[in-house]
Design a protein around this ligand. Structure first.
Ligand code: C5P
Length: 232
Protein backbone atom coordinates (compact mmCIF):
# COMPACT_ATOMS: atom_id res chain seq x y z
CA UNK A 1 0.00 0.00 0.00
CA UNK A 2 1.26 3.47 -0.84
CA UNK A 3 -0.02 6.46 1.14
CA UNK A 4 0.81 10.03 0.12
CA UNK A 5 0.24 12.94 2.47
CA UNK A 6 -0.40 16.52 1.34
CA UNK A 7 0.29 19.26 3.87
CA UNK A 8 -1.18 22.61 2.78
CA UNK A 9 0.88 25.32 4.51
CA UNK A 10 0.57 28.18 2.04
CA UNK A 11 -1.83 30.40 3.98
CA UNK A 12 -0.98 34.00 4.79
CA UNK A 13 -2.24 33.77 8.39
CA UNK A 14 -4.37 36.93 8.13
CA UNK A 15 -6.36 36.04 11.26
CA UNK A 16 -3.18 35.70 13.35
CA UNK A 17 -2.36 39.41 12.88
CA UNK A 18 1.37 38.72 12.71
CA UNK A 19 3.90 39.28 9.92
CA UNK A 20 4.99 35.63 10.07
CA UNK A 21 2.37 33.16 8.76
CA UNK A 22 1.04 30.98 11.57
CA UNK A 23 2.62 27.74 10.25
CA UNK A 24 6.08 29.21 10.90
CA UNK A 25 5.36 30.57 14.40
CA UNK A 26 7.14 28.73 17.18
CA UNK A 27 5.51 26.40 19.64
CA UNK A 28 7.79 25.11 22.37
CA UNK A 29 10.80 26.39 20.41
CA UNK A 30 9.93 24.71 17.09
CA UNK A 31 7.86 25.96 14.14
CA UNK A 32 4.27 24.70 14.15
CA UNK A 33 4.79 23.15 10.71
CA UNK A 34 7.73 21.11 12.04
CA UNK A 35 5.52 19.66 14.79
CA UNK A 36 2.91 18.70 12.18
CA UNK A 37 5.41 17.14 9.76
CA UNK A 38 7.02 15.11 12.55
CA UNK A 39 3.78 13.16 13.14
CA UNK A 40 3.68 11.94 9.52
CA UNK A 41 7.45 11.49 9.18
CA UNK A 42 7.39 9.06 12.12
CA UNK A 43 4.33 7.09 11.03
CA UNK A 44 5.36 3.87 9.20
CA UNK A 45 2.05 3.79 7.27
CA UNK A 46 3.00 7.03 5.45
CA UNK A 47 5.26 6.71 2.39
CA UNK A 48 5.70 10.27 1.23
CA UNK A 49 4.77 13.87 1.95
CA UNK A 50 4.13 16.86 -0.32
CA UNK A 51 4.33 20.23 1.42
CA UNK A 52 2.62 23.28 -0.10
CA UNK A 53 4.13 26.68 0.76
CA UNK A 54 3.62 30.21 -0.48
CA UNK A 55 5.83 30.87 -3.53
CA UNK A 56 7.83 33.47 -1.60
CA UNK A 57 8.30 31.06 1.34
CA UNK A 58 9.50 28.00 -0.61
CA UNK A 59 13.16 28.62 0.14
CA UNK A 60 12.45 29.41 3.79
CA UNK A 61 10.37 26.26 4.18
CA UNK A 62 13.10 24.09 2.64
CA UNK A 63 16.06 25.70 4.42
CA UNK A 64 14.52 26.41 7.83
CA UNK A 65 12.20 23.46 8.26
CA UNK A 66 12.47 20.50 5.86
CA UNK A 67 16.27 20.26 5.67
CA UNK A 68 17.29 21.15 9.25
CA UNK A 69 14.63 18.94 10.85
CA UNK A 70 15.57 16.08 8.49
CA UNK A 71 12.14 15.28 7.09
CA UNK A 72 13.15 12.54 4.65
CA UNK A 73 9.61 11.66 3.57
CA UNK A 74 9.05 15.15 2.15
CA UNK A 75 9.61 14.37 -1.54
CA UNK A 76 8.01 17.53 -2.95
CA UNK A 77 7.62 21.16 -2.00
CA UNK A 78 5.16 22.93 -4.27
CA UNK A 79 3.88 26.52 -4.49
CA UNK A 80 0.45 27.29 -3.07
CA UNK A 81 -2.52 28.97 -4.70
CA UNK A 82 -5.00 31.71 -3.86
CA UNK A 83 -7.36 29.51 -1.82
CA UNK A 84 -6.61 26.44 0.28
CA UNK A 85 -8.29 24.31 -2.40
CA UNK A 86 -5.94 25.71 -5.06
CA UNK A 87 -2.97 24.82 -2.86
CA UNK A 88 -4.14 21.23 -2.40
CA UNK A 89 -4.84 20.94 -6.15
CA UNK A 90 -1.28 22.05 -6.93
CA UNK A 91 -0.05 19.20 -4.74
CA UNK A 92 -2.42 16.66 -6.33
CA UNK A 93 -1.21 17.68 -9.79
CA UNK A 94 2.41 17.33 -8.61
CA UNK A 95 1.70 13.70 -7.65
CA UNK A 96 0.96 13.17 -11.36
CA UNK A 97 -0.12 9.50 -11.50
CA UNK A 98 -3.07 8.43 -9.34
CA UNK A 99 -2.25 4.75 -10.04
CA UNK A 100 0.89 5.15 -7.95
CA UNK A 101 -1.13 5.71 -4.75
CA UNK A 102 -3.75 3.83 -2.79
CA UNK A 103 -4.62 6.69 -0.46
CA UNK A 104 -4.13 10.42 -0.39
CA UNK A 105 -4.30 12.07 3.02
CA UNK A 106 -4.62 15.85 3.40
CA UNK A 107 -3.71 17.48 6.71
CA UNK A 108 -3.47 21.18 7.60
CA UNK A 109 0.06 22.36 8.30
CA UNK A 110 -1.31 24.23 11.32
CA UNK A 111 -2.81 21.22 13.12
CA UNK A 112 0.25 20.05 15.06
CA UNK A 113 -1.58 17.95 17.68
CA UNK A 114 -3.03 15.19 15.54
CA UNK A 115 -1.99 11.83 17.01
CA UNK A 116 -0.64 8.78 15.14
CA UNK A 117 -3.67 6.85 16.37
CA UNK A 118 -6.07 9.41 14.85
CA UNK A 119 -4.25 9.33 11.51
CA UNK A 120 -4.40 5.51 11.54
CA UNK A 121 -8.13 5.52 12.22
CA UNK A 122 -8.85 7.89 9.31
CA UNK A 123 -6.62 5.86 6.98
CA UNK A 124 -8.38 2.63 8.02
CA UNK A 125 -11.83 4.15 7.41
CA UNK A 126 -10.79 5.53 4.00
CA UNK A 127 -9.46 2.12 2.96
CA UNK A 128 -12.78 0.59 3.97
CA UNK A 129 -15.23 3.25 2.76
CA UNK A 130 -13.31 5.29 0.16
CA UNK A 131 -13.35 8.62 2.00
CA UNK A 132 -13.10 9.58 5.68
CA UNK A 133 -12.27 12.61 7.80
CA UNK A 134 -11.60 13.33 11.43
CA UNK A 135 -14.37 15.40 13.04
CA UNK A 136 -15.84 16.20 16.45
CA UNK A 137 -19.52 16.30 17.41
CA UNK A 138 -20.66 19.86 18.30
CA UNK A 139 -20.95 20.52 22.03
CA UNK A 140 -22.48 23.97 21.67
CA UNK A 141 -25.88 24.80 20.21
CA UNK A 142 -25.31 25.97 16.64
CA UNK A 143 -27.15 29.00 15.17
CA UNK A 144 -27.40 30.18 11.58
CA UNK A 145 -26.97 33.96 11.76
CA UNK A 146 -27.34 36.58 9.02
CA UNK A 147 -25.04 39.57 8.38
CA UNK A 148 -27.02 41.83 10.80
CA UNK A 149 -26.46 39.34 13.64
CA UNK A 150 -30.05 38.12 13.61
CA UNK A 151 -30.46 34.40 14.24
CA UNK A 152 -32.23 32.72 11.37
CA UNK A 153 -32.27 29.15 12.55
CA UNK A 154 -31.16 26.84 15.35
CA UNK A 155 -29.60 23.76 13.84
CA UNK A 156 -30.13 20.33 15.35
CA UNK A 157 -26.99 19.80 17.42
CA UNK A 158 -27.21 16.02 17.12
CA UNK A 159 -26.53 16.37 13.39
CA UNK A 160 -23.65 18.86 13.61
CA UNK A 161 -20.03 17.76 13.46
CA UNK A 162 -17.01 20.02 13.09
CA UNK A 163 -14.67 18.92 10.33
CA UNK A 164 -10.96 18.60 11.03
CA UNK A 165 -8.08 17.06 9.15
CA UNK A 166 -6.68 14.54 8.31
CA UNK A 167 -9.06 13.85 5.45
CA UNK A 168 -8.20 10.64 3.58
CA UNK A 169 -9.40 9.39 0.21
CA UNK A 170 -8.77 6.54 -2.17
CA UNK A 171 -6.73 8.19 -4.91
CA UNK A 172 -9.22 8.00 -7.82
CA UNK A 173 -11.93 9.57 -5.63
CA UNK A 174 -10.02 12.72 -4.66
CA UNK A 175 -8.65 13.05 -8.21
CA UNK A 176 -12.14 12.96 -9.70
CA UNK A 177 -13.57 15.28 -7.04
CA UNK A 178 -10.97 17.96 -7.79
CA UNK A 179 -11.25 17.68 -11.57
CA UNK A 180 -15.04 17.97 -11.36
CA UNK A 181 -14.92 20.83 -8.83
CA UNK A 182 -12.71 22.90 -11.15
CA UNK A 183 -14.93 21.89 -14.08
CA UNK A 184 -17.88 23.51 -12.28
CA UNK A 185 -15.93 26.30 -10.57
CA UNK A 186 -16.94 24.85 -7.18
CA UNK A 187 -14.96 25.90 -4.13
CA UNK A 188 -15.09 24.17 -0.75
CA UNK A 189 -13.25 24.86 2.48
CA UNK A 190 -12.17 21.24 2.79
CA UNK A 191 -11.55 18.26 0.51
CA UNK A 192 -14.52 16.27 1.82
CA UNK A 193 -16.97 18.88 0.51
CA UNK A 194 -15.64 18.31 -3.03
CA UNK A 195 -16.09 14.56 -2.66
CA UNK A 196 -19.59 15.00 -1.19
CA UNK A 197 -20.43 17.20 -4.19
CA UNK A 198 -19.87 14.29 -6.58
CA UNK A 199 -22.17 12.06 -4.55
CA UNK A 200 -19.55 9.83 -2.92
CA UNK A 201 -20.15 9.13 0.78
CA UNK A 202 -17.60 10.50 3.24
CA UNK A 203 -17.44 9.13 6.79
CA UNK A 204 -16.75 11.19 9.93
CA UNK A 205 -14.41 9.53 12.41
CA UNK A 206 -14.62 10.92 15.97
CA UNK A 207 -11.53 13.00 16.71
CA UNK A 208 -10.31 15.05 19.65
CA UNK A 209 -10.79 18.71 20.57
CA UNK A 210 -7.03 18.84 21.05
CA UNK A 211 -6.55 18.61 17.27
CA UNK A 212 -6.95 22.39 16.95
CA UNK A 213 -6.22 24.43 13.85
CA UNK A 214 -3.91 27.18 15.07
CA UNK A 215 -5.62 30.17 13.43
CA UNK A 216 -5.89 33.09 15.89
CA UNK A 217 -3.69 34.47 18.70
CA UNK A 218 -6.05 32.76 21.19
CA UNK A 219 -5.29 29.42 19.53
CA UNK A 220 -1.59 29.94 20.22
CA UNK A 221 -2.35 30.18 23.96
CA UNK A 222 -4.35 26.93 23.75
CA UNK A 223 -1.57 25.34 21.68
CA UNK A 224 1.05 26.09 24.35
CA UNK A 225 -1.24 24.53 26.98
CA UNK A 226 -1.83 21.38 24.88
CA UNK A 227 1.91 21.06 24.25
CA UNK A 228 2.61 21.32 27.99
CA UNK A 229 0.00 18.63 28.66
CA UNK A 230 1.55 16.32 26.06
CA UNK A 231 5.02 16.82 27.52
CA UNK A 232 3.98 15.85 31.06
O1 C5P B 1 -7.13 29.12 5.84
P1 C5P B 1 -7.29 27.89 6.66
O2 C5P B 1 -7.27 28.18 8.12
O3 C5P B 1 -8.40 26.98 6.25
O4 C5P B 1 -5.94 27.10 6.40
C1 C5P B 1 -5.78 25.71 6.66
C2 C5P B 1 -4.45 25.27 6.10
O5 C5P B 1 -4.41 25.53 4.68
C3 C5P B 1 -3.25 26.04 6.69
O6 C5P B 1 -2.22 25.11 6.98
C4 C5P B 1 -2.88 27.02 5.61
O7 C5P B 1 -1.49 27.34 5.58
C5 C5P B 1 -3.27 26.28 4.33
N1 C5P B 1 -3.59 27.17 3.19
C6 C5P B 1 -2.93 26.95 1.97
N2 C5P B 1 -3.20 27.80 0.93
C7 C5P B 1 -4.06 28.82 1.02
C8 C5P B 1 -4.75 29.03 2.25
C9 C5P B 1 -4.50 28.18 3.31
O8 C5P B 1 -2.13 26.02 1.86
N3 C5P B 1 -4.27 29.62 -0.02
Amino acid sequence: MRVAVIIPAAGTGRRMHQATPKQYLCLGGRPILAHTLEVFENLPEINEITVVAQTKALEFCQNQIITPFGFKKVLRLVPGGKERQDSVYNAIKALQRQDDYDLIVVHDGVRPFVTPEEVRRVIGAALEHGAAILATPANDTVKKVNHTGRIQKTLNRQDIWLAQTPQAFQAPIIWRAFVEAYGRDFYGTDEASLVEAIGIPVFAIPGSVYNIKVTTPEDLVLAEAILALRQQ
